[in-house]
Design a protein around this ligand. Structure first.
Ligand SMILES: C[S@@+](CC[C@H](N)C(=O)[O-])C[C@H]1O[C@@H](n2cnc3c(N)ncnc32)[C@H](O)[C@@H]1O
Length: 372
């Protein structure tokens, strides 16, 4: 089938940009395809993490594809294609003679799971997140979104993979000591709770660090709770308990010394009610630590100042906004929906009187120490 005149103009503009319009068109097409490239490379990052390819390259110097295949027990031809793609994406270095290497900085982000900068684990949830696009088409029509369990077990693994490095390396040694009196109470033996606990990594880190205290995790995702209980068994932790918040909600009897909520309030259908519930669950001298996305107060500010805004609005449609609208009457905050001024206003409305902002070295989140 032949091209019409307008189609021919577009084709020639893409092929050989000359005028301002043609250059602008070429730039726009490139921007669109950069997104497609990011999407496909993200899938390759998930594969590289799960197949142990980054770990095989870590500290090994330039390796040919045969050596990487031998180290991982994988087929050389497939490994070669993956290595070439990673070099083209700028994630691996190529020595020009068949050798591929992962830089020390690259290893901190893609290979070393004990590094606070480790990020590859967050990519494993992408296929599950994109698998719900069909269902989300319906959500755009009905207004009703999907709870986290719609993303399956891999979705819960991906969420945990994204947040766990910070919990493992920063929560106990860096963040908790900066909160007024919390470490002393937990060392002496207190009661802690984590709402929206997901796969339980934060709760288990605290339970391991403070064996005299007892910790309770609450979530409504069965996949996340299963992962949490599996991780608890594997770690042999006995002072932690995980609860399905629909069956066993947070007890509102002022028993807790310390409550945490990491990246979950903006996902909840009723965040204001949850804040009031936390207030009732806390002792009068208790502390609530909220971690939430460091959003700007307005869309205009996010657009101009937040380099991750496109990613965040995308995540919002795929999971956060979707979860927060998963029941009729949901608040619909979404990923960038709980900036500091709103967090201050909502916690005050729930009966809290003190609010201190902290930055604990997390490039994505802000932290709020909130007290009655
Ligand atoms: C983005 S995940 C964060 C999980 C965990 N805090 C972390 O940082 O890895 C949000 C979690 O909030 C949970 N959630 C949503 N609504 C909830 C509710 N009403 N009560 C308890 N958990 C809820 C979801 O099931 C999901 O596991």
């Amino acid at each position: 089938m032949g091209l019409d005149a307008q189609q021919r103009d577009v084709v020639s503009a893409v092929a050989a940009p000359k005028t301002d319009f043609e250059a602008e068109l070429g730039c726009f097409v490139k921007r669109v395809f950069d997104n497609l490239s990011g999407f496909v490379v993200s899938g390759m990052i998930a594969l590289g993490h799960e197949l142990g390819l980054y770990r095989a390259l870590d500290g090994a110097g330039p390796l040919p594809s045969e050596a990487v295949a031998a180290r991982t027990g994988l087929h050389e031809r497939w490994v070669r294609e993956w290595l070439r793609g990673q070099a083209a994406a700028g994630l691996l270095d190529y020595d020009g003679a068949g050798g591929f290497s992962l830089s020390p900085v690259g290893a901190l982000v893609l290979a070393n799971q004990q590094s606070p900068a480790f990020s590859a684990g967050g990519f494993v949830g992408l296929p599950a997140q994109l698998a719900v696009l069909d269902l989300l088409r319906e959500s755009f029509r009905t207004g009703i979104g999907l709870p986290y369990d719609a993303l399956g077990c891999d979705g819960a693994r991906g969420v945990d993979g994204g947040f766990a490095p910070w919990f493992r390396t920063m929560l106990v040694p860096i963040a908790l000591p900066q909160l007024d009196g919390v470490v002393a109470k937990l060392e002496a033996g207190g009661q802690g709770a984590d709402i929206g606990c997901g796969a339980g990594t934060a709760l288990l880190e605290m339970a391991k660090a403070f064996p005299r205290s007892v910790f309770h995790g609450y979530d409504i995702s069965q996949h996340a709770l299963t992962l949490a209980r599996d991780a608890q068994r594997a770690a042999g932790v006995t002072n932690a308990h995980f609860h399905d918040a629909r069956q066993e909600p947070l007890p509102e009897d002022g028993r807790f010394d310390f409550v945490t909520a990491f990246d979950c309030l903006h996902d909840m259908t009723q965040p204001q009610a949850m804040m009031a519930s936390v207030r009732r669950a806390l002792r009068a001298d208790g502390t609530w630590l909220i971690g939430d996305v460091n959003a700007k107060p307005t869309f205009e500010e996010n657009l101009a100042q937040n380099p991750m805004a496109a990613l965040m609005y995308g995540y919002s449609v795929l999971s956060c906004l979707s979860s927060s609208l998963s029941e009729p009457g949901g608040a619909g905050l979404g990923t960038l929906g709980l900036p500091e001024p709103l967090a201050r206003e909502m916690t005050a409305r729930a009966g809290f009187t003190r609010f201190t902002r902290h930055d604990f070295g997390n490039p994505v989140n802000a932290y709020y120490e909130v007290r009655p």
